[in-house]
Design a protein around this ligand. Structure first.
Ligand code: RNT
Ligand code: ZN
Length: 418
């Protein structure tokens, strides 16, 4: 019954969009090819599976909330990811942090990790039709301190350089195994809490470390580097600022990561897209939601995300962007968080794809400003939701808020018993 009126609504939507020259069937095909990279760390509040790790997260990061049912081990995390994936239309990648290795009860320090610790992930991913992405992990370790790759202490810096090199080897092996490049993100928290004067020293050291790390050619992985304004406890100075990484990536060919939580409150992450694409081959996104600070709230359909995806589509750069999610809210059901955040990202992309861009662009070039405004306003109330519902239906996942029933069932049967 419900299926019937969802289909009816879609047929109407199809005609409404056709009036603007938009073929919703083609858009649904494009949305099917839009792959998010689900961040494994929402499932357990960025804890990971290191045997020795009971350190506080720290390093500029903080997860708030203690909602019951977090994954406590690798099996539970995999189970949760599969549950979340079963409620998100389309097929999506999985983004692993180094601390999520399969260490099998052994103490493996960050400068000892090898692909062997990710072998079971590679197999799991293959069995579950999932491509993997990767991240080095500089935080939450006794040697994290305030400085890692920019540390003037040669021994400490060498430790983190070694860690990051090994992570690139792992990412490359993942890429080889899956026959698709693994995207490896590098973010380090390095910075100062208070007034400091050695900024040039730290940045030169970071550059030196990166040069060493990226010296090895790794054909089946792609490097991206992620800057930030500030981290908790490191409020006054960030070594890896946006300027630093944008310049580094433009000069050396890495991808640049845009995390929507990492800018000044009135700065637009969307505006970065067309500014850097002439100089940077590809972008990685960390789609998140800052509330007053980089609080990593669950992604919703907000202006930031809508504008960001619209700018990518308008720049015809869909195939130059990788779409990672990066939020971690420990105060609500974590599977729900994945589903809401992923669906919101898809809806923002869908709305961007449904924009009659050629028409609007032409109005703008003709100097017909009011028509630009008129169409942009009109698009806000067009029946895009009917197209998204149809997309869910075709992907055989619950339509609309019905996914809540599945999550409640999963809580009753699985997570409440943890
Ligand atoms: C931190 C960065 C980084 C992390 C993850 C866990 O501010 O956004 O991407 O969130 O690596
Ligand atoms: Zn991020």
């Amino acid at each position: 019954m419900k299926t019937e009126y969802i289909e009816q609504a879609y047929q109407v939507a199809k005609k409404r969009y056709a009036e603007f020259g938009i073929d919703t069937e083609k858009i649904i095909d494009k949305l099917q090819q839009f792959h998010l990279s689900l961040h494994c760390w929402q499932a357990d509040d960025v804890h990971g599976f290191e045997v020795q790790n009971d350190a506080e997260l720290g390093s500029g990061l903080a997860v708030t909330g203690n909602f019951p049912g977090a994954a406590r081990n690798i099996d539970e995390l995999r189970q949760d990811i599969l549950k979340a994936k079963s409620l998100i239309p389309g097929n999506h990648r999985l983004n692993l942090h180094e601390i999520y290795g399969d260490f099998k009860g052994k103490r493996v320090d960050r400068d000892e990790v090898t692909v062997e610790h990710f072998q079971s992930w590679i197999e799991w991913a293959k069995d579950n039709d999932t491509l993997l992405d990767f991240n080095s992990s500089s935080f939450g370790h006794p040697k994290s301190g305030n400085l890692t790759l920019a540390n003037p202490d040669q021994e400490l810096r060498a430790f983190w350089v070694e860690h990051t090199k090994r992570c690139r080897d792992i990412a490359n092996a993942m890429g080889e195994a899956q026959g698709d490049p693994c995207i490896m993100n590098l973010w380090v928290h390095d910075g100062c809490k208070d007034v400091s004067v050695n900024h040039a020293l730290y940045r030169n050291l970071l550059k030196e470390s990166l040069d060493e790390i990226f010296a090895k050619r790794q054909p089946m992985m792609k490097d991206c580097i992620e800057g930030k304004v500030f981290g908790m406890g490191l409020e006054s100075f960030t070594v890896g600022s946006h300027d630093f990484y944008t310049a580094y990536a433009a000069k050396n060919g890495q991808l640049l990561t845009i995390d929507t939580g990492h800018y000044h409150p009135t700065e637009s992450p969307a505006d970065k897209v067309s500014a850097v694409l002439p100089f940077i081959s590809e972008l990685m996104l960390h789609v998140s939601r800052p509330v007053r600070w980089d609080s990593d709230h669950v992604t919703i359909m907000d202006n930031t995300t809508e504008e960001l995806f619209a700018e990518i589509v308008r720049a015809k750069a869909l195939d130059r962007v990788h779409y990672g999610l990066d939020f971690f809210d420990g105060s609500i059901n974590r599977i729900g968080a994945y589903v809401i955040g992923s669906r919101a990202a898809q809806k923002c992309m869908l709305r961007a794809l449904l924009e009659p861009q050629e028409t609007i662009a032409q109005y703008e070039l003709n100097g017909e400003g009011y028509k630009v405004l008129a169409l942009m306003e009109e698009m806000k109330s067009m029946p895009w939701q009917a197209v998204y519902d149809e997309f869910c239906l075709r992907n055989d996942v619950p339509v609309g808020s019905e996914f809540m029933l599945d999550i409640d069932k999963y809580v009753a049967e699985v997570t409440s018993k943890r």
